[in-house]
Ligand binder design. Structure first.
Ligand SMILES: [Zn+2]
Length: 281
């Protein structure tokens, strides 16, 4: 590890480039997780056809997980040629249209890859190689996947939120971001805080404003960032959601009946507080 620290100090540009490339490829893997995890969950509950992923469920009669089948076009299901599978560049070379069937490739693909790469470099400029940097990269990757999945399917899978919580407690065993005590209280208080909001809102209005996934994500963020960060986390996320709702009403008019995904806002405010721990208004 000491050699790596020395290397990053001697060749900062090379170190940043390495983190960028790592981020681009992790981002490419996150795209697989974002697309496939909801399909895999849907296969586990065959009766609930609530998600808009039917095409892939039919495809998935045989083995279907994060590793198999190989990358294929979501439209015509042909395997993707390796050189077009290169993060961001593949999308640029193809000018956003698939090679096999000339369909638009969703913006999400290059966006997730680029965002992961840029955030990895940003983390690398803030933390030297070590446990904290490794933790920050892991947290960012989980948050990107969770934000994108929630935005697309209104789900925050336990398969992601639960490991994220344990990982946060584990990484803070060595006080990487906050003392362990603060992390444990953060995990409990994070869950309870949104659970209370949920029941208050449900009792008063009869509506579900939040899902259980939101409680678990805030618990995980509490485990990473400590209980002291919880008020800012919720405030920032609520502000983001509120601004979004107002923009939506202003552009589309009328009632805002569409359920709002709160997870992306929690993820974004988690990212902000990771980089700026003492963030306040
Ligand atoms: Zn195709």
């Amino acid at each position: 590890m000491e050699q790596l620290v020395a290397f990053s100090e001697a060749y900062p540009l090379l170190w940043c480039s390495a983190l960028l490339v790592l981020g681009l490829f992790i981002g490419s893997f996150l795209n697989v997780v974002i697309h496939r995890l909801p399909v895999m969950l849907e296969m586990q509950w065959p009766d609930e056809a609530a998600l808009n992923v039917e095409g892939d469920v039919q495809l998935a009669q045989t083995r279907y997980d994060l590793w198999w089948p190989r990358s294929h076009c979501p439209n015509c299901h042909q395997p993707i040629v390796l050189r077009y599978n290169v993060p961001v560049l593949g999308w640029l070379v193809l000018r956003g249209r698939s090679h096999c069937c000339n369909q638009t490739i969703a913006w999400r693909y290059p966006l997730v890859e680029a965002a992961t790469g840029i955030l990895f470099v940003a983390a690398g400029s803030l933390w030297p190689p070590g446990v904290s940097l490794l933790g920050a990269l892991a947290l960012l990757a989980f948050l990107i996947a969770l934000a994108a999945i929630d935005a697309e399917t209104l789900l925050l899978p336990d398969a992601l939120t639960q490991p994220l919580l344990w990982l946060g407690l584990f990484i803070n065993l060595s006080d990487a971001f906050v003392p362990l005590e603060s992390a444990v209280i953060g995990a409990m208080a994070g869950y309870l805080a949104l659970w209370v909001v949920y029941w208050l809102f449900k009792t008063l209005t009869g509506k579900d404003a939040l899902g259980a996934g939101d409680f678990k994500l805030l618990a995980a963020l509490g485990a990473w960032l400590g209980w002291q960060a919880l008020p800012q986390l919720v405030l920032l996320a609520a502000l983001g959601g509120l601004v979004m709702t107002c923009l939506w009403r202003w552009r589309h008019g009328g009632d805002f009946d569409q359920p709002l995904a709160f997870g992306p806002w929690l993820a974004i405010s988690g990212g902000i507080l990771l980089f700026v721990p003492g963030f306040s208004f």
